[in-house]
Every structure is written in C-alpha cells, then in structure tokens.
Design a protein around this ligand. Structure first.
Ligand code: NDP
Length: 313
C-alpha cells in the first residue's frame, strides 16, 4: 500500500480542521488535511451563520467554510478529499489509512472529524431514505415547497430547521417528546410565532407509511402512559433533528471516549492521552458544539502540535 510520511495530519474539514490547518501552515508544519465525507463539515448544511464573530450581517455557512479553506491553502495546507478508514496509534509515527488504500505516517495527528446527525432508529427511516426522510432541512427543504413536513426534536437545531422549512412548506409539524422545548428562548419564540408551525408536544414518531415515498407518520401521544393516543398524520417529508453522534469510531480503540463517543481530552486543551494526538471541535465537545469553539480548539491543537514537535527536536 502507498505510504506517505508527514509532520502534521489533520482529519476533518469543519471550522476545527481548517483553523488547525491555518495555524499549522503558518507554523511551517506542512499540514495535510483530509476533508472527510462532508467537505466543509456541518456548516455547509446550514443557511446563514449569524453568530460567528466578524460578520455583522451573518454569512452563508458554505461561504464561510470556503473562505476558511482558502485561508488554509494560502498558508500551504495541502487539502485533499478522502476519509480516514483505519488508524494505528499504538506508536509514533501514527498510521492513518485513507479510503482503505493509502497509509499516512505522521508525527502529529489532529482529529477534527466532527459529529453526524442521529436517527431515531426506526426501520422506516432506512426504508424511506432519500424518499422523504432527511436529517438536513437546508439540504433537502427545497423539495418540499408548498408541502407538509414534520421535524422531530425540541432543541435549537429542530427549531431552526422548522423555521427554515416553514419558509418553503405550507405546513410544518414539530414533533417533541417532552412537554417543552429545550431550544434557546429566541428559537422557541421564532417557532411559536410562526403560523405555519404546529408543535406536537409529548409526541413520538413510531413509524412511517407510504407507497413510493413518505405519505405519513404513525404517532403516539404520551408514549408509556395509560392514556396514550395513537394516530396517523399525513406528511410528505420527515426531518430528523435530534442531535448528533461524534465521529470517533476509527480512533476509539486507542483513545478514551465518554459513553456517547466524544473523545476525552485534558480539560481545557485538545490533548488526548496519546502524545502528539489531538482532538478538536465537535468530536471532543459535548458541551458547546459551536463553530467558533470548534475553530478555537483547532487553533489550540495546531499550537500544541507545533510545541510537541519542537520539544522532540
Ligand atoms: P440537542 O441535543 O440540543 O437537542 C436534541 C433534541 O432532540 C432534544 O429536544 C431531544 O429531546 C430530542 N431527542 C433526542 N433523541 C430523541 C429521540 N430518540 N426521540 C425524540 N426526540 C429526541 O441537539 P441540537 O442538535 O438541537 O443542538 C446541539 C447543540 O447545538 C446545542 O447546544 C444547541 O444549542 C446548539 N445549536 C445552536 C444553534 C444556534 O445557536 N443557532 C443552532 C443549532 C444548534 P429531549 O429534550 O427530550 O432530550
């Protein structure tokens, strides 16, 4: 298998990965960055980012990521397409296999693989994948103009997606398992003030139906209680917005993770238990999960990598 030797390898192309690449590039570490399954990361699936400092009018998520990529390339980062499919972190240099057919040996590794949308685990979600089921309203909302859709979840993502879809669809149901929304006050207000959105509190989706695509959802109101009600609701699209799973599988045999899979780092730093291996952004952050905090930890990881390499010389 083809092998390449590197000083600094970055896996992932969200704000953490690109920021690490900017800093590592400027520190002359000749970083190579593999962009993963979704180049640009989660922000490319959103519309406007309103809370990234420096953009008083907000900025389109894809544009922001494109700018970060160009900034990293300006300082010599080598940005490539590819997915890390295996890792051997048992000794330095660390070995990462990309796309199953290329091995990279690296002195430092920055894991910035982010997190992926979660599904409920219903068999129907797979049955109707690409036929009415989606985990990204901004990617797929376009197909539901003037139609009826449902969004599952009660957090900021669910509210944001419901509001976004309300701009396209004729009706949006927000399916929330608790009697309240977990989202921030401002997002809750946007949902409640939107005439097209109807919030179904204490509801669970238990199945989907339809001939050639989603035509409706089987709902249970108040699951687990005696007075539960079951009924069907006609919808054309079913959107999941129930949180994310960190993309840490490949590295789990070598690194400590919490029960969800978030990589554990030394508090306040991106240092993992392996010297020279750092975890930045959402893959190691169950608390904040913001673009700006991911970018900040990418910066920390690159500075740590540079210091680690200098100390070894
Ligand atoms: P959250 O974890 O905050 O919310 C997940 C939601 O999905 C909760 O309402 C949860 O219900 C529900 N849920 C989870 N599992 C199930 C299930 N099996 N069945 C039904 N419902 C389920 O995730 P988000 O993606 O919304 O947000 C992640 C982080 O990103 C948060 O910190 C959020 O504030 C932030 N964010 C910020 C934005 C912004 O500022 N513009 C936009 C988007 C996200 P329950 O409450 O019952 O647990």
């Amino acid at each position: 298998m083809e092998t390449e030797r590197l000083k600094c390898l970055i896996i992932g192309s969200g704000p953490a990965g690109y920021t690490a690449a900017i800093y590592a590039g400027r520190a002359n570490l000749a970083p190579v960055l593999y962009s993963g399954l979704q180049p640009g990361g989660q922000l490319t699936t959103t519309t406007d980012v309103e809370n990234f400092p420096g953009y008083p009018q907000g900025i389109n998520g894809s544009e922001l990521m494109e700018d970060l990529r160009k900034q990293a390339e300006r300082f010599g980062a080598d940005i490539r397409h590819g997915v890390a499919t295996a890792a051997d972190l048992s000794q330095s240099p660390y070995r990462i296999t990309v796309d199953g057919d290329k091995v990279l040996e690296t002195d430092t590794l920055i894991i910035a693989t982010g997190a992926t949308a979660k599904y409920l685990g219903l068999a129907d979600e797979q049955k109707y994948a690409g036929m009415g089921v989606s985990a990204c309203a901004t990617c797929d909302g376009f197909f539901y103009r003037k139609k009826t859709v449902a969004v599952v979840g009660g957090g900021d993502t669910a509210c944001e997606e419901a509001v976004y879809l309300a701009g396209l669809a004729s009706k949006v149901y927000l399916i929330v398992r608790k009697p309240y929304l977990r989202a921030s006050k401002v997002m809750q207000e946007r949902v409640m003030d939107n005439e097209k959105i109807e919030v179904l509190f204490e509801h669970n989706a238990v199945g989907l139906f339809g001939e050639d695509g989603v035509e409706g959802v089987h709902l249970v109101k108040r699951m687990g209680e005696v007075d539960e009600t079951r009924y069907d609701l006609a919808i054309d699209g079913f959107f999941l917005a129930i949180g994310h799973k960190p993309n840490s599988e490949v590295f789990k045999p070598y690194l400590d993770t919490d029960e969800v899979g978030y990589i554990l780092t030394e508090p306040g730093t991106p240092r993992t238990k392996i010297p020279g291996v750092f975890a930045a952004g959402d893959v190691a952050d169950p608390h904040y999960r913001q673009a700006i905090t991911a970018a900040a930890s990418g910066c920390q990881a690159a500075i740590e990598a540079e210091r680690y390499l200098s100390a070894r010389q």
